[in-house]
Write a protein that binds this ligand. Sequence first.
Ligand SMILES: [Zn+2]
Length: 348
Amino acid sequence: MINIKKIGLLNALDKGPVICAEGYLFEMERRGYLKANLFVPEVVLDNPQVVEQLHRDYVHAGSDVVLAFTYYVDREKLKVIGKEKLLEPMYYDALKIARKVSFETRTLFAGNIGQSNVWKPGDKEAERKTIAMFEEQAQWSKQGGVEFIIAETISFFGEACLALNAIKNVGLPAIVNLAIDVDGLLRDGYTPEDACKRLADLGADVVGLNCYRGPRTLLPVLKQVTEKVKSHVAALPVAYHTTENEPTFEVLSDGKGNTVFPTRLDPHVATRDEMAYFAQEAYKLGARFIGGCCGTAPYHVRSMAEALGRKVAASKYSPAELTKKQKQYFIPVATMHKKGSLDDKTAR
Ligand SMILES: [Zn+2]
């Protein structure tokens, strides 16, 4: 068994897959600790023990990485909701909680830079704000002791370059993950593979894709990237059934013309098998930093880890294969119903 903490991210990637659980915002929302639509993780200050437990749940399920829950903890977003004064306490506490779990579980400790929501091509004022935000986030993460930083959910190549610069300026390994919209391109027109190749050439240690797309619609884009890029590649789909017609979770619909993002996505949650299949296929394509983004729950992570050949702490409770004798005692209700041992009312 590799001591991942000792060898660090880059050596671990050379030896095999590194599994990374994400999806903190959606999981916290489902657990009742975060407001949908606003998606500001005040839970870090209000209920730090809940954040710590979710980090532990993901590690238990097989995550090699504890990612500080600082996604959307940025100056511009907090300014919009009038809570800018919470920025630094929230950031530092999120780092402190993640650091504790990472050190206790001997997993990798990562910082995070999310999309700015203000950057626009050619807008100098927006660029100045974005650079300032990315730089303070990278510096705080470095001071908080992270071992590398993941820039993610960025859908402009130009903005991804700014995030990469901010990470390189603090001297840490950089993962840069792009979010690919419905048309299959970055919003400033680059193809995902070109953008990833350029980011790798500019010094990103790992480039790849996260968020927006589920397993089925991320795989074809990942294939284009792994065919073009020689550096390590990351792949973290959302855990939702996206389709060729509705390739991102923001456009998933209820079949009556209404989109279901973000609070009525439940019928579209991907199964653990779909996420496991994705992990295997992504690995075959050459991706080495593999995980799940929005919608991912610990059971998805466990199935992905097991599909990649791992036995993790939560494997103790993976679904049981029943012997013939055990089946007599643990027979599912549906099977009993089929055999006619229960009437319709009882089965319901
Ligand atoms: Zn996501």
